[in-house]
Design a protein around this ligand. Structure first.
Ligand code: IPE
Ligand code: IPE
Ligand code: MG
Length: 263
């Protein structure tokens, strides 16, 4: 074989290998959930089991979040929404609420440089008005500093309630109708969706809830209409890459029909 023939052959072989690898990748991506939402639950019970204060559980939960954000971003998940504080969580003891309100600041202070390096865009879903200024400022700074990033969206559901979100949307739409800028017949699902915190995001494909509770607890009531649900008894601070991959694997095996029938 002449030299140029050897070069030609190795070129076409490497092209074939590259195509095969790319196809595999495309295939894998096709079955990945675009948007994963997580109810990070069980911090208190994780701590109680260790005879620690509940706040220690929340602190450990932050480490789990760090782990899963890294993992989801590496995997190529487009949106990761994490339920960090619900509109109902204000009913907890003041010390616990105060501690929880310091965590976003602490998380972002350490992690913002890495999030930026990894092209992650931070987003807030929830009512910022109800947050203490130090919490709001930490999140808003992260949102502003990552606004042009094009990688994974890390969406913090903070002071978030599904019913609160829907009522706020209804109020805005009702005001627009009263002003005459919107006609009632213009209101359809797509229009309504634009008034939600998640207006710019696809609906979650997969919802993960840890800690053994099988409920939504007022999370993304509108957006989860057709999400696949996955539950585990694992407490959030123990939740790791293997658990996350197990949820993704389960999702990949689901048959999503959206009310239709298989062709
Ligand atoms: C989830 O853990 C964190 C938040 C709700 C902020 P919990 O604090 O609800 O832990 P459990 O459910 O009491 O174990
Ligand atoms: C849901 O968990 C809220 C968050 C994880 C932030 P909760 O612990 O507040 O929910 P319930 O009380 O078990 O329904
Ligand atoms: Mg809980």
């Amino acid at each position: 074989m002449k030299l140029f023939e050897v070069v030609l052959l190795s070129f076409s072989l490497s092209g074939l290998l590259f195509r095969q690898r790319k196809n595999k990748q495309d295939n894998k991506d096709a079955h990945l959930p675009r948007h994963v939402a997580i109810i990070m639950d069980g911090n208190g019970r994780w701590a109680a089991r260790r005879r620690l204060p509940r706040t220690a559980g929340h602190y450990a939960g932050m480490t789990a979040l760090r782990r899963i954000v890294r993992c989801a971003s590496e995997l190529g998940i487009a949106v990761l929404t994490v339920y960090a504080f619900s509109t109902e969580n204000w009913t907890r003891p003041k010390e616990e609420v105060d501690f929880l309100m310091k965590l976003p600041q602490e998380f972002l202070e350490v992690d913002l440089p890495e999030l930026k390096r990894n092209n992650v865009r931070v987003k807030l879903s929830g009512n910022p008005g109800g947050l203490p200024s130090h919490t709001r400022e930490a999140v808003e700074t992260a949102v502003a500093e990552t606004a042009n990033n094009t990688g994974m969206v890390l969406n913090f559901a903070l002071n978030y309630g599904g019913r609160d979100e829907i009522v706020r949307a209804v109020r805005k739409i009702a005001a627009a109708v009263a002003e005459g800028t919107v006609k009632p017949e213009e209101i359809d699902e797509e229009f309504f969706n634009k008034f939600l915190y998640t207006a710019d995001l696809p609906d979650p494909d997969l919802l993960i809830r840890c800690s053994g509770e099988i409920r939504l607890s007022n999370f993304l009531l509108w957006q989860l209409a057709y999400a696949e649900l996955w539950f585990t008894d694992v407490y959030w601070p123990d939740f790791n890459k293997q658990h996350f991959m197990a949820a993704i694997e389960a999702y990949r095996k689901r048959d999503r029909r959206f009310g239709g029938v298989r062709p």
